[in-house]
Design a protein around this ligand. Structure first.
Ligand code: ADP
Ligand code: MG
Length: 488
């Protein structure tokens, strides 16, 4: 996929470095809590504050989480890895260095497969995943004369997931981040809450003429939403093409994304690039893993989105679009399968109806109420009951929409609502015929016009008959009988 300008074609190249906060109750090298939203500096141990004489103790649960992440991303788990110091000075980094893994990361390789809009699979390769500690947070906007430091994040475990430069458009980079987030959430190794800072991406972007070596990249730091990622890439692509087409050169530099303006701007150029003077961490031994530990963790990997989507398509005949959407979150997939099971049928008609009602009307209600599927006021069982009423022709789809909303508001079952409000569909031929005959008798002029060729009046007759039956006439029967009557 190339970008065309008046001066020829350009190819975009993107690689991501994603920081994902590990789900763990305590920090990577201390027992302090990682709870989000605590009072500033409430979750700080001596280790996180880097008091003299303290030593880091590796949290083995965080290591398990990194291993599980590697397994979920089809990667190689390295049985020997080690920690290194990344040295720099900043007020929110009391140690004066971050403990990271530079020379020997715990995970190498791996990939995520993306499907583009043409249905082709694009494999995005992962270079490595390493574990490291987060820094604290500096707060500059609470006082005109002072800065504040919150060390709650100091020492929290992060996974840095580095991709190969394999993405070719903003859309593809956004899809990658979305899918990575989905997999990490399935694995429960990162909660993926980008607005809480649990996941953020450094975005490397370059452009080049197709068939020539890759161009010089710029790196945009700390992009914290999927939408911003796409905006940042598009801005960079335009900026770089503009420079190159006007005879300039792209600087290899670090840039910041301004989310309010949708632009990037220079943070530091290559000449000011930091030299972190990485060296092996002397306070920690190499991290050695046994095959048994890896094998045991393998057993804890759940069915992941791709496998789940394939199974939903195969077992229930769902279209790929539905299956992918349902599989994007484990909670949605569970809801779907629970609802389908509760209908007592897994034929393709019921399977597709459950999907339609979940992804269509129920999602609309969830959005309207700003809640997720786990807080849905209509349970999987309740939705199943509603769909059963549609399948068995007790109510029409149109009435079912009303019923669903009422279910949400009142917590009553679909059956009770239909019963109480007398919403049962009219499926008696005689009753439907009677309603239609009345409509035709009341509108002799329109019947004449219809017979004279004004065929769109068909819809008018249907509408009138629906009104007479309070929307309860079976739509298909209504159509069929009207056709008969008008021919007669
Ligand atoms: P560093 O550690 O200095 O940031 P790396 O070589 O490890 O550099 O690359 C970091 C990221 O930049 C990776 O995600 C990689 O895929 C990406 N990258 C490397 N070269 C390019 C390029 N020419 N264009 C876009 N992204 C690139
Ligand atoms: Mg980098």
């Amino acid at each position: 996929m190339y970008i065309e300008t008046e001066k020829g074609q350009w190819e975009v190249v993107i690689g991501l470095e994603i920081h994902a906060q590990v789900i763990s109750e305590s920090k990577l090298f201390s027992s302090a809590s990682t709870k989000f939203g605590a009072e500033p500096n409430a979750n700080v141990s001596f280790v996180d504050a880097a008091l003299p004489g303290v030593l880091p103790v590796l949290n083995s649960f965080c290591v398990d989480q990194a291993i599980r992440t590697g397994l979920g991303l089809n990667a190689q788990i390295n049985k020997v890895s080690s920690f290194d110091r990344k040295n720099y000075f900043y007020a929110d980094l009391p140690q004066g260095y971050q403990i990271s893994q530079f020379f020997h990361p715990i995970v190498s390789g791996g990939y995520i497969d993306l499907k583009n809009s043409e249905g082709e699979v694009r494999r995005i390769n992962i270079e490595r995943i390493h574990i490291e500690q987060d820094a604290g947070k500096s707060i500059h906007d609470q006082s005109p004369t002072k800065s504040f430091i919150d060390l709650n994040r100091s020492g929290v475990a992060l996974m840095e997931i580095v991709t190969k430069p394999d993405m070719r458009s903003a859309e593809e980079a956004a899809m990658f981040l979305q899918k990575l987030r989905s997999i990490l959430r399935y694995l429960k190794t990162c909660d993926g809450n980008m607005d809480e800072g649990s996941m953020r991406a450094d975005v490397n972007v370059s452009v080049h003429r197709p068939g020539t070596p890759y161009g010089t990249r710029a790196e945009v730091k700390n992009v914290n939403s999927i939408k911003f990622l796409a905006t940042a890439v598009n801005y960079e692509v335009e900026r770089q093409i503009d420079i190159l087409e006007n005879g300039g050169e792209v600087d290899q530099e670090t840039r910041l994304f301004d989310s309010a303006k949708g632009i990037t701007r220079t943070m530091r150029s290559k000449e000011d690039a930091q030299d972190y003077r990485y060296f092996p961490e002397p306070d920690l031994p190499p991290l050695v893993l046994t095959q048994e530990r890896i094998d045991n963790l393998k057993k804890t990997i759940p069915e992941l989105p791709d496998a789940k989507s394939a199974r939903l398509q195969k077992d229930y005949g769902l279209p790929q679009y539905d299956a992918d959407l349902i599989s994007s979150e484990m909670e949605i997939a569970n809801f779907y399968e629970d609802a389908l099971a509760a209908t007592g049928s897994n034929g393709p008609e019921t399977a597709k109806l459950i999907s339609n009602w979940l992804l269509g009307e129920l999602f609309a209600l969830l959005n309207k109420n700003s809640v997720g599927i786990t807080e849905s006021k209509v349970s999987a069982k309740m939705l199943a009951e509603l769909v059963k009423l549609i399948v068995t022709n007790v109510i029409s789809g149109k009435i079912a929409k009303e019923v669903l909303e009422e279910m949400w508001n009142s917590q009553k079952s679909a059956n009770d609502i239909v019963e109480e409000k007398g919403l049962k569909q009219i499926t008696s031929t005689d009753a439907i015929k009677a309603a239609l005959e009345e409509v035709l008798a009341e509108n002799p002029d329109k019947v004449e016009e219809y017979r004279g060729g004004k065929e769109k009046l068909f819809g008018f007759f249907i509408g009138q008959a629906m009104k007479k039956t309070q929307g309860k006439a079976n739509p298909k029967m209504l159509n069929d009988i009207l056709k008969e009557l008008l021919q007669g």
